[in-house]
Write a protein that binds this ligand. Structure first.
Ligand code: NAG
Ligand code: NAG
Length: 377
């Protein structure tokens, strides 16, 4: 019977050589959140004013709006997808947190017969994978966009997911994973950075994609995104409470995520159509904790597109404008991970911020999986 299965698998498409399950994971979590004095924008003009304030050089709009801190506590449902190789759970589980603009399908895009799926390649290489819609986004529970859905609560959600997966307490995932590595994209990398710093013993390895610790270029993202209240974007109308922003058209998605000549226009159209918003609270806490040195003692890998807009201003290899003393903008992170057992990084030539959606994704996936095979085992 085993043999027969193996033979059939041998001729089946790669896409079938794994088992995947959509899961709903209820969590009870709390965090210390910022309290912001901000009335959610209802019009395009109010939204644009928010982003002009956020982008002001030398300013700190987060501080301008902050009136104090409060503990937020709640029960939330998280929409997740778990996959394992057909021959059973991998030794290592890769837990992935997506960034602004997407949901968990960023890691496992069905487009073009899963050609763009990082998760599928990881499953093919023997890893189990777990992706989740960030708390507040996609099919996970939504919440108050200003004072509830902030980086801090999302870090708490990631911690709870990790703990439960380690203890075999996620319904549908019987295996107890001793080794869980954490991957993030963009804002998901910022969540992951805070998570491994706060709970360094809970992770076997950290991969930050679409990330740097040079804060100078967030304004490009804020102004380039052409953000409006998410209710004004047709596919999102009625989906979110006030306090969420999304790009008005594919223009903002293109500027922030896609580099010239490194993408299929159909993928841009798909990203714009399926795009998810960001909350005010997320945008105001996007830089929280990432200026601090990280206490994580495991292996670290950073991979960012050469032409990344939010984290490199369109060129990760140029340090002149940022005035940093490092060979490039990603190398700036090396001293931030002074405790790490190893620190490696790669700048993907010609790629933009949305690495997984680029033609160059094969390079990106190869580098990440090389990191896994050489540093985590
Ligand atoms: C901006 O203000 C917030 C809230 O006071 C603070 O935590 C953060 O460190 C400030 N950012 C910078 C770059 O000074
Ligand atoms: C995806 O397509 C590219 C270009 O046709 C090809 O080189 C690559 O091997 C494909 N990857 C997968 C996982 O099918």
């Amino acid at each position: 019977m085993q043999l027969k299965t193996a033979v059939i698998l041998g001729v089946a498409a790669a896409a079938e050589a794994r088992k995947c399950m959509d899961l709903n994971v209820p969590v009870s979590i709390s965090s210390r959140n910022g309290v912001f004095d901000y009335m959610p924008a209802k019009t395009e003009i109010e939204a644009t004013n928010f982003f002009l304030n956020l982008a002001q050089q030398g300013g700190n709009y987060t501080d301008d709006l902050l009136t104090g801190y409060d503990t937020i506590k709640g029960d939330y449902n998280l929409a997740c997808t778990y996959c394992e190789p057909d021959d059973g759970p991998g030794e290592v589980l890769q837990l992935m947190t997506h960034g602004i603009g997407f949901d968990r399908s960023y890691w496992d895009l069905p487009f073009n017969n899963y050609n763009y799926s990082y998760a599928m390649e990881a499953n093919d290489k023997g890893y189990s994978t777990f992706t989740w819609d960030r708390l507040g986004i996609g099919m996970s529970d939504h919440g108050d966009g200003v004072n509830e859905i902030q980086l801090f609560l999302e870090v708490a959600a990631l911690q709870e997911l990790t703990r439960r997966l380690q203890e075999g307490q996620v319904c549908g995932v019987k295996h107890k994973y001793e080794k869980i590595a954490h991957l993030g994209h963009s804002f998901g990398s910022a969540i992951t950075y805070n998570f491994v710093n706060m709970y360094p013993d809970m992770s076997s390895g950290a991969v930050f994609t679409g990330f740097s610790q040079v804060p100078n270029y967030i304004a490009y993202f804020a102004l380039g995104g052409n953000f409006v209240p998410s209710d004004m974007v047709a596919p999102l109308k009625g989906e979110y409470p006030p306090g969420y922003f999304a790009p008005k058209s594919s223009y903002g998605v293109h500027v922030n995520f896609f580099a010239p000549h490194d993408f299929d226009p159909e993928v841009l159209a798909l990203a714009a159509k399926k795009g998810q918003p960001a909350s005010v609270g997320e945008l105001l806490t996007v830089g929280a904790g990432t200026a601090a040195k990280n206490s994580f003692a495991g292996p670290v890998f950073i991979i960012t597109g050469e032409r990344d807009i939010p984290f490199c201003g369109g060129d990760c290899t140029s340090t002149m404008m940022a005035g940093v003393d490092a060979p490039d903008l990603i190398a700036v992170s090396k001293p931030m991970f002074a405790q790490a057992s190893s620190f490696d990084y790669h700048i993907v030539e010609g790629a933009g911020h949305g690495l997984n959606l680029a033609y160059s994704h094969e390079t990106t996936y190869g580098k990440i999986l090389d990191f896994f095979s050489s540093k985590i085992n």
